[in-house]
Design a binder for this molecule. Structure first.
Ligand SMILES: [Zn+2]
Length: 401
C-alpha cells in the first residue's frame, strides 16, 4: 500500500472510503445535475464503487436523485444533485461594533442572517464569549426547530489567530491570548460539533471564493474595510495563512512614515491612513455606521472637503493595494466592510494610485471591486469554512431526525 511521505498514517479502508465519498460529493457540487456514469467517467472510480458511494451519500442525505434525463446517448440516467436539507453550517463574526451570525445549507442557500450591535471594543473577552455563545445557542435552536443538524461553527475575529483557535492578539478588540475556541466550547457545554476560530479577512475571502460573483477565481485578495484593515489571500485556489497563520496583516505595513499613530503602537500603518477610523470622528464604534452614512450623504451632495478626504484615503488605499498586486498578482482585489458604501469615491483614486505603483501594466490584470456580500461576509465565510471541512471528507454520519 502506498502512503505519501506527507502523511505517515497508513491509508486504511475507512480513510480511502471517506476520501472517495468526499470526491463524489465535490464532483456533484461542481457539476450537478449529473449521473453516476458522469461521476465514474470523470473521477476514474469504477461504476460499482460510484454506485455504492452514491447510495451512502443519499443515505446521509447529502445527495438526492432528481429524475431522468434523455438528452444524452444511451439509456436515460437518473440525475443527482446536492441535498443537505437536514444540515446547517454556521458562521459568526465578532467585530468592534457588531456580532453577526449566518447559517447556510449544504448548497450555500442562506438560512438566516442576523446582525446585532455589540460593544466589542470595550467588552471583556469573557463578556464577548458569553455573547457569542448566546447567539450560537439561538442559531442552533432555530436550526433544531427547523429539523436541521448543525455541522459546525466557525467564528471570525479581527486579529491574529493561531492554528489552535487562540486569539493571539486582536488590537481593535484589546484582546491578547484568548482561547476563544476552547472558551466557546465550554460556554456551550461541549456541544459535540467542531468549533473553529479564524481571522475575519481569511473567512471573508473564503466567502467570496465560494459564494461571491468572482467565486472560483484562483487568486483573490479581500481587504476588510473596518476600523482595522486586514487581507485574506487565496492563491492557486487555496487560502494562504502563512507559517503560523499570521499572514495577510497588510493593515500594519507602513504607508506614510509621517502618518498618524496606529492602534498597534507603530505609525503610518495602512489602517491608520486608510482605515475607516480616518473618516469618522467618533471613537464610539456604535456610531461608526451612522457616521459613514453621513460621509456618503455629503459625498453625494458634492461636499468638497469630504470628496478631498475620500480621494486621499483612496490614494493611500491604492498604495496598500499595490503591495498586493506587486507581491501576489491576483485577478481581483475585493474591498469589503465599510469600503463598500464608499466605493464610488474610493475606487477611482485607489485604482489610479495602485496602477501607478504596480510594475505590471494594467495592474497585472487585477480588477479592484467592491464586495457584494455585505457586512456578513466574514460570518458567511465561517459557514463556507465548515462546508470546506465537509468537502474535504468530514462528513456527517446521517441526520439525527
Ligand atoms: Zn499598525
Amino acid at each position: 500500500m502506498i502512503t505519501s511521505s506527507a502523511d505517515p498514517r497508513p491509508a486504511d479502508f475507512t480513510d480511502v472510503r471517506a476520501a472517495n465519498l468526499a470526491v463524489v460529493l465535490r464532483f456533484v457540487r461542481d457539476n450537478a445535475p449529473c449521473s453516476r456514469a458522469d461521476i465514474a467517467a470523470s473521477t476514474g472510480l469504477n461504476k460499482a464503487t460510484v454506485s455504492s458511494l452514491v447510495a451512502d451519500l443519499i443515505d446521509r442525505r447529502l445527495l438526492r436523485e432528481v429524475g431522468l434525463t434523455e438528452h444524452r446517448v444511451g439509456r436515460p440516467a437518473t440525475m443527482l444533485v446536492l441535498d443537505g436539507s437536514p444540515y446547517a453550517s454556521i458562521g459568526l463574526e465578532i467585530n468592534v461594533d457588531y456580532l453577526t451570525a449566518v447559517a447556510v445549507d449544504l448548497s450555500g442557500e442562506r438560512l438566516l442572517s442576523w446582525r446585532r450591535s455589540f460593544p466589542g471594543a470595550t467588552a471583556t473577552p469573557a463578556q464577548a464569549v458569553s455573547a457569542i455563545a448566546a447567539l450560537t445557542r439561538r442559531v442552533i435552536s432555530r436550526m433544531t426547530r427547523d429539523r436541521r443538524q448543525a455541522l459546525g461553527v466557525a467564528v471570525a475575529v479581527p486579529g491574529l489567530i493561531d492554528t489552535g483557535g487562540t486569539v493571539v492578539v486582536a488590537p481593535n478588540l484589546g484582546w491578547r491570548g484568548v482561547d476563544l475556541a476552547g472558551d466557546l466550547a465550554k460556554a456551550l457545554h461541549d456541544p459535540g460539533l467542531p468549533i473553529q476560530v479564524e481571522n475575519d479577512a481569511n473567512l471573508a475571502v473564503l466567502a467570496e471564493h465560494r459564494f461571491g460573483p468572482l467565486g472560483g477565481t484562483p487568486n483573490l485578495v479581500y481587504l476588510t474595510g473596518e476600523v482595522g484593515v486586514g487581507a485574506g489571500v487565496i492563491l492557486d485556489g487555496r487560502l494562504r495563512r502563512g507559517g503560523q497563520g499570521f499572514g495577510g496583516e497588510i493593515g500594519h505595513i507602513e504607508i506614510d512614515p509621517e502618518g498618524p499613530a496606529c492602534r498597534c503602537g507603530r505609525t503610518g500603518c495602512l489602517e491608520a491612513v486608510a482605515g475607516i477610523g480616518v473618516l469618522v470622528s467618533s471613537t464610539d464604534p456604535a456610531k461608526v455606521e451612522p457616521e459613514i452614512e453621513e460621509v456618503v450623504r455629503r459625498a453625494k451632495a458634492g461636499d468638497r472637503p469630504t470628496l478631498d478626504r475620500l480621494a486621499r484615503v483612496g490614494r493611500d488605499l491604492g498604495k496598500g493595494i499595490a503591495i498586493a498586486t506587486n507581491l501576489l498578482n491576483p485577478e481581483a482585489v475585493i474591498l469589503g466592510g465599510y469600503y463598500v458604501p464608499l466605493a464610488p469615491w474610493l475606487l477611482p483614486a485607489a485604482a489610479a494610485e495602485a496602477g501607478d505603483r504596480t510594475i505590471a501594466a494594467d495592474l497585472g490584470g487585477c480588477r479592484i471591486v467592491a464586495s457584494t456580500l455585505g457586512y456578513g461576509a466574514a460570518a458567511l465565510g465561517g459557514a463556507a469554512r465548515v462546508l470546506d471541512s465537509v468537502d474535504s471528507g468530514r462528513l456527517p454520519s446521517r441526520p439525527t431526525s
